[in-house]
Design a protein around this ligand. Structure first.
Ligand SMILES: [Zn+2]
Length: 280
């Protein structure tokens, strides 16, 4: 069933597990994700990022998603990942998404507050939950600069609750050392900072850049207060590897179906790590 992410994430926060936010980019990744979570009886936040609108349009994916969600007996939120503008968020809400992220994390605190508040106002009128990001989660390819540049972009614990109070946001993505894409170097996560943020902030916290962070670290992050973990790169890698292995045996394949199984298994493994099995 289609729901927003509010109850799902507060339950996760209360019971101390993590909800997966797998990214999808086509019909097959969508099918893999919904089937994978149904088999695990796990709630899920299915995400389409604005950078993938060229692959698939929010209306297009929402129509497909409705078909599968009618049959799936688990809570599913449809989420816009990294919406850059008010317009992108409104477009996703109009398409039927139940959750949106407005990412103004590269702007000043004041501008981030202003833009997030605008989205919260309209989203809450529509029963849609909003995620924002304070501090900035960078790219894995820049990771060797972590001790210099990336650390300056970490979330400031003192500012975090102020941000939540000013904006009315439902969940908050934090920058504590994870990165998008593939890490160039070893991930170093600031768990002390995470704990501080968790103690100060009264909404569920979100971790971007889950792929490649490592199971033990992700488990620690959940223990220290993360309620939602975003996974994209590892799902794409698993899909590609599954396609490759079929190609090694045959020179004709059903591309999408070959990838689906790989994506599903990869996500299901993460759901085990996050402790979200049976929480639907
Ligand atoms: Zn992200």
């Amino acid at each position: 069933m289609l729901v927003n992410s509010k109850e799902m994430l507060f339950k996760a926060r209360k019971e101390g597990y993590g909800v997966a936010q797998p990214n999808v980019w086509d019909l097959h990744s969508l099918r893999a994700v919904i089937q994978g979570c149904e088999e695990k009886r796990s709630p899920v936040i299915v995400a389409l990022a604005e950078v993938h609108f060229d692959y698939i349009d929010p209306y297009e994916i929402m129509n497909m998603a409705r078909f599968y969600m009618e049959k799936a007996d688990i809570p599913i939120a449809m989420h816009l990942d990294h919406g850059n503008t008010f317009e992108a968020c409104v477009n996703a809400i109009r398409a039927g998404f139940t959750s949106v992220m407005l990412d103004a994390s590269m702007l000043s605190f004041e501008e981030n507050v202003k833009r997030t508040t605008e989205v919260v106002k309209i989203a809450h009128k529509c029963g849609v939950t909003v995620e924002a990001e304070l501090g900035h989660v960078g790219q894995g390819e820049d990771y060797e600069k972590i001790d210099k540049d990336l650390k300056d972009l970490f979330t400031n614990p003192e500012q975090a609750q102020e941000f939540v109070d000013l904006t009315g946001v439902d969940s908050l993505a934090v920058a504590i050392g994870t990165a998008h894409g593939e890490y160039k170097g070893t991930p170093k996560i600031d768990l002390t900072r995470l704990k501080e943020i968790r103690n100060m902030v009264n909404v569920p916290l979100v971790l971007h850049g889950g792929s490649g962070t490592g199971d033990n670290t992700l488990k620690k992050c959940i223990d220290m207060g993360i309620s939602k973990i975003n996974i994209c790169t590892d799902l794409m890698k698993a899909g590609a590897a599954a396609v490759n292995s079929v190609l090694n045996e045959k020179n004709y394949i059903d591309l999408g179906m070959a990838g689906e199984e790989g994506i599903k298994k990869c996500l299901q493994r993460y759901i085990d790590v996050f402790g979200c099995v049976g929480k639907a």
